[in-house]
Design a binder for this molecule. Structure first.
Ligand SMILES: [Fe+2]
Length: 322
């Protein structure tokens, strides 16, 4: 069953047909500490290399290309469906649709509009779409494995994905579920990082574990140990997964599935003094009104209304609603 949040919240956020936008502001996102998000290892499974035959040709990266640019037929911000396929991503026995959202700001807590957020992750079984991974876990052809979003004027981004699976890195090391990300914006240093989860049941192989599994795996993970040295670093890279219905920041028109959940990550980029910041956006031209010969009335209705500047491609395409 799918429920429209509009019905629950009475709030429309629809732009073009079938496209959903973030609300004008993320609540309380700019409060608090805006020290830079700690960087982490890129990892071996960044999707830049072509997969072998028989895997739907989902990855079309070119070796040697700029790794910030993921070349895919489908790399939008809806990872639960693959363009041209009828199915939806597998959720396993205790997995869930996960809305990942948050903000990108600078160290003054000011939002960065137009930042690129690229993510890649394993499907619910722990399998990546990458030929370097040695894995017998099921490949999910209905999962998009990687996606891209661009922050809106308020610095907000949004993805619809699934809970990533844990996977075995070597006989003694199971990586906790995580989402890889590269975030970049003109005038700022690129950030490569990984985002962790906590708070839900977890399937690993055929076995089910309680929420403590996340904490155990996160606590033992060598990437976390090596790159996130302080408890504050670990806290900022980890999101407690909560019920989507409790989250007021998502678009009112997100259609959420039973059991869908949300995780929030607020990213802070470091200024790169060698790169100029882009110029501020041009103010919108004054509308030309037929027959309006007189001087414009400064008190005309609508003058005080905020301009709708949501036209940045942070849209979440609700293909199922079409
Ligand atoms: Fe990974």
């Amino acid at each position: 069953m799918q429920i429209s949040r509009r019905a629950l919240l009475g709030k429309a956020a629809v732009g073009a047909a079938g496209v959903l936008f973030l609300p004008p502001a993320l609540r309380s996102v700019f409060a608090g500490d805006c020290s830079p998000t700690p960087r982490q290892d890129l990892g071996p499974f960044h999707p830049t290399r072509r997969m072998g035959p028989g895997l739907d040709g989902m990855v079309h990266g070119i070796p040697g290309r700029d790794m910030r640019r993921l070349l895919h037929e489908d790399n939008d911000n809806v990872l639960t469906e693959v363009r041209g396929r009828a199915g939806s991503a597998d959720l396993g026995r205790v997995g869930y649709v996960l809305y990942v959202f948050g903000s990108v700001t600078d160290e003054d807590c000011d939002p960065i509009a137009g930042a690129e957020v690229e993510i890649w992750q394993a499907c619910v079984t722990g399998r990546y779409n990458h030929q370097q991974q040695v894995s017998r876990d099921r490949f999910d052809p209905d999962f998009q494995y990687t996606g891209r979003a661009v922050t809106n004027a308020q610095g907000a981004f949004l993805f619809k994905t699934v809970q990533p699976g844990a996977y075995r890195n070597d006989p003694s090391w199971v990586r906790p579920p995580h989402i890889h990300a590269i975030i970049g914006a003109p005038g700022y240093h690129d950030l490569t990082t990984q985002l962790y989860l906590s708070g839900t049941d977890l399937q690993f192989g055929e076995r089910l574990y309680g929420p403590e599994a996340f904490d155990i795996l996160n606590g033992r993970d060598n990437v976390i140990r090596n790159w996130l040295r302080t408890s504050d670093d670990r806290r900022r890279a980890t999101s407690a997964v909560t019920a989507l219905a409790d989250e007021p920041n998502l678009p009112a028109d997100v259609r959420f599935e039973d059991g869908a959940r949300q995780a929030r990550y607020d990213i802070v980029l470091r200024r790169n003094p060698l790169e100029p910041l882009p110029p501020p956006p041009e103010p919108a031209p004054e509308p030309v009104v037929e027959g309006a010969d007189e001087a414009p009335d400064a008190g005309a209705p609508g003058d005080d209304e905020p301009r709708d500047d949501r036209g940045i491609t942070d849209a979440l395409e609700d293909r199922r609603g079409d």
